[in-house]
Design a protein around this ligand. Structure first.
Ligand SMILES: Nc1nc2c(ncn2[C@@H]2O[C@H](COP(=O)(O)OP(=O)(O)OP(=O)(O)O)[C@@H](O)[C@H]2O)c(=O)[nH]1
Ligand SMILES: [Mg+2]
Ligand SMILES: [Zn+2]
Length: 355
């Protein structure tokens, strides 16, 4: 086995060579435990982040699961990460809690599966959130509707999001339905990730793809049918059927990270309609000659989709405002404080995510 099996391409090799760190070898981060990371070279080592790297970089630039890194071997299976190779892609969100900082959920991902459970978790608005966020990173989402064995109205639910135009897989991790279809989307050398709320079955699906029970899974609370945050760190696994999967801890809320302009990637239809509104600052909420509201009235646009769009727009605007209102010096100070805060935050189990 070699690092190519883990998705290391000529492009990354060039980036590694450009660093000219002669004492280092390339590796890929497969797990993040906060204090240390597990990295494959493809031999597995336990790595710490070099102090200089930690000091110079904002949190989102530090090594995350999926990153290719330059590391220096120490004694035994210990190593130090000296640099992170420029990413091919990254999945961002606004970090949970207060403040305005970017958190990277996974790096160098090719395929993102957004998992929802058909029995209780189904939410079109949440799907749209993921869709927006992933498209911003040029990663095409694929929806997985799991626990099909427990749902009676799956066809109806899936029909309700058909207009989003995203490929959907109906699955049951317990019976094995849909597993082959999922694997079919993960080519050799490609990296996929499971994203979604706690308890939807991400780890059960991971185990199915692996063919072994490597990931711990746990029953959801009967009382409110929510998950228990069983998975507490992100981890990348090599799949016997080819490619890799990253299992992630459940996310309570995906707060958007990015720029308003990118909304067009997911809501191009609405932005096109908006060009025909009477006022170019139309809020599409109450204006008389609003083409967007006209489309809702005429049944061409669902009110729920417009609601998502307006909500996302507002969220992103607030974020941009908060970023712009800081002076350069404030930004620097804040970045330093935030870096500390985010490290704390990530340990605060905001969504079951320990690291
Ligand atoms: N009936 C049914 N139960 C499932 C299915 N998939 C998973 N489960 C059950 O749902 C519960 C939660 O599954 P997990 O795989 O731990 O969920 P998770 O998404 O990894 O949760 P977190 O790690 O907390 O984010 C477990 O009891 C699983 O056995 C399915 O397709 N059908
Ligand atoms: Mg899990
Ligand atoms: Zn309008």
């Amino acid at each position: 086995m070699d690092l190519q099996t883990y998705g290391y391409t000529d492009e990354f090799a060039t980036r590694f060579d450009e660093l000219a760190l002669s004492a280092c070898i390339p590796g890929r981060v497969i797990a993040d435990y906060g204090g240390y990371l597990r990295v494959v070279t493809p031999e597995e080592v336990e790595a710490e982040i070099a102090g200089s790297l930690q000091h110079e970089s904002e949190n989102y630039l530090l090594p995350k699961v999926g990153d290719f890194v330059a590391l220096e071997k120490g004694s035994g299976n210990k190593a130090t990460i000296r640099a992170v190779l420029a990413r091919k892609s990254e999945i961002d969100r606004k970090a949970a809690g207060t403040g305005n900082h970017r958190q990277v959920l996974a790096a160098n991902v090719d395929v993102a599966f957004v998992v929802q459970a058909l029995d209780h978790d189904f939410s079109p608005m949440r799907l749209e959130r993921y869709m927006y966020q992933l498209r911003q990173s040029n990663i095409e989402p694929i929806f997985i509707f799991n626990k099909a064995d427990k749902a009676y109205d799956s066809d109806e639910k899936i029909a309700s999001i058909a207009s989003l135009g995203i490929p959907s897989i109906v699955a049951s991790a317990t019976s094995g339905v849909g597993i082959e279809e999922i694997q079919g989307y993960i080519k050799n050398g490609a990296t996929a990730v499971f994203l979604g709320s706690s308890g939807v079955g991400k780890s059960t699906l991971t185990n199915r793809l692996l063919g072994t029970d490597q990931q711990k899974t746990a029953a959801i609370r009967e009382r409110d049918s929510t998950g228990r945050h069983t998975t507490s760190h992100r981890e990348l696994f090599l799949l016997p059927g080819g490619g890799m999967i990253i299992d992630t801890p459940g996310i309570r809320e995906l707060q958007l990270w990015g720029e308003e302009e990118f909304l067009a990637k997911s809501f191009g239809d609405i932005e096109e309609l908006a060009l025909r509104c009477e006022f170019n600052n139309c809020s599409h909420t109450k204006e008389l000659n609003c083409a967007v509201l006209g489309a809702v009235k005429g049944g061409m646009l669902s009110p729920a989709r417009l609601e998502s769009y307006l909500k996302f727009k507002q969220e992103l605007k607030a974020q941009a405002y908060s970023a712009a209102s800081l002076s350069a010096k404030q930004k620097k100070q804040r970045a330093r404080r935030l870096k500390k805060a985010i490290q704390l935050d990530e340990k605060l189990k905001d969504d079951g995510e320990l690291y």
